[in-house]
Design a protein. Structure first.
Length: 290
């Protein structure tokens, strides 16, 4: 039997020292580096070609869209210029509007002042005027007929009035309906005192007598039952305010409404303060407070 014995250490050493290895190992560096450089160079060339092609394409695209971009730029510049111009114009218009509003307020204030002056002048011109409403018309009526009516009225209320105390007397023409059988008489007396006294006596007569003033007190026998109404002559504005103010008494929130020297007054009751009505907005405000 043959036994395989392991080599001793000395044998191993000898074998390693004199025995060549069983395989060969070589590092072939130079050929591999050459391949890498070649591949890198090719890659670079490909990239350069790709980039050049891309840039060429972009240049072509830019050439194509450049006119459009230039047009857009010019349009934007024009828009910017227009906006700047319009902004400046808008500021100018705002200044003009502000000045116009200021002037408008001044004009309104001045117009209001003029209207008040005109109203005062008209009211002053009517200080001695009265009007008798709902007076029946008679055929071929003359000024003497009208004077006779006033004389009969003054006799009824026991007020001594003469023809010389009547400066003017006339009928108001109804422009809307000339077919009406009644209209208003306007009488201008010699003084405001006469007007005041006459109105007081008329009011007293209507309070004390069950039969109020009517046609027979003007010696209009044919229309003796026609009621008549005597009051001071008001301006157009005064008449309008008086008409509106009477709605306050109709609502029963205000007990009194009257005129004096062309002005309109209201009062809730005997203990309340007297309110002078100056304009329509004041009446509307009082109505809202009811």
């Amino acid at each position: 039997m043959t036994h395989n014995k392991s080599l001793s250490e000395s044998n191993l050493f000898e074998q390693n020292e004199h025995t060549p290895p069983n395989f060969l190992y070589q590092r072939n560096k130079r050929p591999r580096e050459h391949d890498c450089e070649s591949e890198l160079k090719e890659f670079k060339e490909e990239m350069k070609a790709m980039i050049s092609s891309l840039m060429a394409t972009q240049r072509d695209d830019i050439k194509k869209i450049y006119p459009t971009l230039l047009e857009i730029k010019n349009t934007n510049d024009e828009i910017k210029s227009s906006v700047t111009y319009l902004t400046a114009q808008n500021k100018e218009l705002e200044k003009e509007i502000e000045q116009l509003e200021i002037q408008n307020r001044k004009d309104k204030s001045y117009i209001c002042l003029l209207e008040n002056r005109v109203e005062n002048l008209q009211r002053e011109s009517l200080r001695s005027h009265i009007e008798i409403k709902n007076v029946p018309k008679i055929t071929r009526e003359s000024r003497e007929d009208l004077l006779n009516m006033i004389t009969k009225l003054s006799n009824t209320i026991k007020y001594d009035i003469k023809e010389k105390d009547i400066k003017d007397i006339y009928r108001v023409r109804d422009q809307k309906d000339n077919t009406r059988t009644v209209s208003t008489l306007v009488v201008e007396l010699a003084s405001t005192m006469q007007k005041t006294d006459l109105l007081k006596l008329i009011k007293t007569y209507n309070i004390k007598n069950k039969e109020k003033l009517c046609g027979k007190h003007l010696e209009l026998i044919q229309y003796e039952k026609t009621p008549i109404y005597v009051s001071e002559k008001l301006t157009a504005l005064g008449a309008r305010l008086y008409f509106l103010a009477r709605d306050l008494t109709k609502s029963k929130a205000y007990k009194f409404c009257w005129t004096s020297f062309g002005k309109v007054y209201v009062r809730k009751d005997e203990a309340s303060p007297i309110i002078l009505i100056k304009n329509e907005s004041q009446v509307n405000s009082l109505m809202q407070q009811i």
